[in-house]
Design a protein around this ligand. Sequence first.
Ligand code: HEM
Length: 511
Amino acid sequence: MYLNGVRIFSSRLAAAPTHFVRSITVNSTAVEVEEGTAHLKSWKEIPGPSSLPLLGSLHHFIPGGMFYNLDSTDFARKLYQDYGPIVKVDGMIGMDKLIFLYDAESVSQVLRGENWMPVRSGFPSLEYYRKYYNKSKDHEEKPTGLLTEHLQPWKEFRSAVNPVMLQPKTIKLYTTAIDQVAQDMIARMRSSRNENNMLRGNFDVEMNLWALESIAVVALGTRLNCLDPTLSDDSPAKRLIQCVHDFFSVSEDLDFNPSIWKYIATPKFKKAMKLYEEHENLSKYFIQKAMKELKANKGKSSDEKGVLEKLMDINEQYAYVMAGDMLFAGVDTAAYTMTATLYLLATNPEKQQKLREEVLSQSEKRPYLKACIKEAMRVMPVVPGNIRKTTKEYNILGYHIPKNMEMIFSHQEMSVMEQYYPRPKEYIPERWVADKDDPLYHGNAHPFAQSPFGFGVRMCIGRRIAELEVETFLGRIVENFNVEWFGPPPKVVQTALNYFKGPFNFIFKDI
Ligand code: HEM
């Protein structure tokens, strides 16, 4: 694909442009151009592919261009190899210029510097839908959620939901329910295998069903029954999954590739608005049902209350928005992480066996299980990088970086660099449990080389939930199946998030 280079680091939680020409209130991304001081070079001198007036770097991505037909990983590597640890890529039609960082110390400088009220420009088209498109129908000012708010509105929302979403005691309430989902999924997998012990259904859809069922337990406090084999394709649950999936392909076109939707309502723009509306309506359907049940079931003590109830006690509108975002942000992320971990364990059978021994020992603490997942997130992260829009000036690697610059942190590349991790391309969960005097000890690596859940006050709010889900399901899988893989590795496609492209050559043999 000719523009995949631009998509590469732009995680869906880290998209670039926020300049809504369509909106009345324009959220300008104009860069405050300040020339470098005497001892610093100007940001304009940052190395990077050449740029043309208006077209920016577009010519590099079309036939004959140096990035044409490069896959995303090769593009990332090439940028680093050709230009070094800091690279400037000029924007193309409708997109901002991006500064890529491949240096963990510089990443820490910006992430720490931006940790007061960090701006992570998120899905511009979704932001447009939530803030402007939808507003014509409903004039009341409402919070739009963590993915699409910035600055003070983001801070207010986040401060309100943090104590609920990140409190270990609250998340622990879901241990049994999440485990029940895992066990139901095992039963579904067992019965849907063919004569070669491979799953009959599409493996990615299966993982998404598990992830949606799991996150719904937390977001709604109820089961959606996604794992029911009789679930029809037009059921609300299946349609919700389809919506989340379609969302990323639509958002990729509008938010990650050059597009004129900010000026003209293109067919894709119209399709996206319809899709966002459908996702909103489906979430509404589930959330309203769950809220009604909770209201009818009042009288629980604070300790017994789950996430949705606690959020409702704080602010019903926040509860509504947060639950909707959980049903959106918590599906593909967990599903990919699970698939990556399974693939790496299937192709490293001795690690899988070691994990199985730990799980079967029934010990309460499972450090190796956690290590297997952490290591999978290092080697095959679902979110390729992170992003911050600078709110102040920086001196990065000798360059003066002004305010309002989109900085992209290339964690996916850094986390497999020799300078940060020994034997970086190998799957070695042991590094996360190694003693300090072991050369593999993870503490020797720069803490900002890898950052699967992001950083600081804006880090992933679903982290504890995701960890509980993946740890529980992985434990159940290795206890029940010996997982094998045949053929070449799965192809990873980078859109807004990383995706595996089939075929999924997993074999699940009974233990
Ligand atoms: C393995 C699974 C997951 C990974 C790897 C992941 C990763 C991330 C990352 C890298 C960020 C950006 C953080 C930053 O800007 O510093 C993020 C933000 C976010 N994630 Fe996750 N995530 C996962 C699962 C989930 C789940 C299950 C939920 C649902 C509860 C969720 C909800 C969110 C939300 C709402 C944000 C925006 C937070 C904010 O801007 O304040 N994520 N996630």
